[in-house]
Design a protein around this ligand. Structure first.
Ligand code: NAP
Length: 240
């Protein structure tokens, strides 16, 4: 069994997830590159290995129970524990609240909320085997009810009835797991990467993926005195 930190990042084949995986590998972790497409996952893992990091692709579609169970079984059999879980995989649908199809709302919740609950539940027994398990949920300021009801927040209209509410629910899920796991070494926190140029934003947004990865990586590597049940970006706490 490896003595390296073992970190699973979902949706790590591109965007902020890949940047999180690269940075965790650069800092010495064995990174499991979660990807729903095995070819894209293997390409990302190969890129990290080419940079000198330790990475393995892991087939994982967060909306498919069979792939979640297989991924957990593989980690159990090959590694025996998981130190870090970064729930990064996410999708967005934009549109006016009155014109967003319910099917789109359901699809976004399936990935951004139910997928996180399912993956977290499946990985928790492995995180309990680690000396200091860490769960990071990649959320968004668009999930902050305080932010989106502030007329001074320039992006407050973007979240709609699918993406923004899915991240509000993800924040609630973060608090729920943190409360259940209080009294264990496992810490559960939510991070906002900031407005980052990726496929999800049609490459709009001032931040690079490396900048977007900063807060998720910090929370993934929190020491024993670090917080649990929080929501933050790299400027500090974000109001719920
Ligand atoms: P991205 O470039 O579109 O990457 C999203 C990743 O999630 C891809 O690897 C994608 O895989 C994966 N994914 C989607 N559905 C999946 C599923 N069912 N199972 C497994 N993986 C799945 O987007 P991003 O901007 O890096 O977003 C990463 C996270 O940051 C998301 O949770 C997003 O909500 C959050 N976020 C982003 C911003 C921003 O400004 N970019 C701001 C706040 C929060 P495929 O390649 O197979 O599609």
């Amino acid at each position: 069994m490896t003595s390296k930190l073992i970190a699973l990042v979902t949706g790590a084949n591109k965007g902020i997830g890949l940047a999180i995986a690269r940075e965790l590998a650069r800092r010495g972790a064995l990174v499991l590159v979660g990807a729903r497409d095995p070819g894209r996952g293997e390409a990302a893992a190969a890129q990290i290995r080419a940079e000198g990091g330790d990475a393995r692709a892991l087939a994982l579609d967060v909306t498919r129970a069979d792939t979640i169970a297989a991924a957990a079984a593989w980690i159990r059999a090959e590694l025996g524990r998981l130190d870090v879980l970064v729930n990064n995989a996410g999708i967005a649908k934009v549109g006016a609240p009155s014109a967003t199809a319910l099917a789109d709302v359901r699809a976004v919740f399936e990935t951004n909320v139910f997928g996180v609950i399912a993956v977290t539940q499946a990985m928790l027994p492995l995180l309990r085997e680690a000396p200091a398990g860490r769960i990071v949920n990649v959320s968004s300021r668009l999930g902050s009810l305080t932010a989106i009801s502030d007329p001074a927040f320039p992006n407050r209209g973007i979240g709609g009835v699918a993406y923004g509410p899915s991240k509000s629910a993800l924040n609630a899920v973060t608090v729920a797991f943190a409360q259940e796991l209080a009294g264990t070494p496992i810490k559960v926190n939510a991070a906002c990467p900031g407005y980052t140029a990726t496929d999800l934003t049609n490459h709009k947004g001032p931040r690079s993926v490396a900048e977007g990865a900063r807060e998720p990586v910090r929370l993934a590597l929190l020491g024993p005195d670090g917080p649990t049940g929080t929501f933050s970006d790299d400027d500090g706490p974000i109001p719920w």
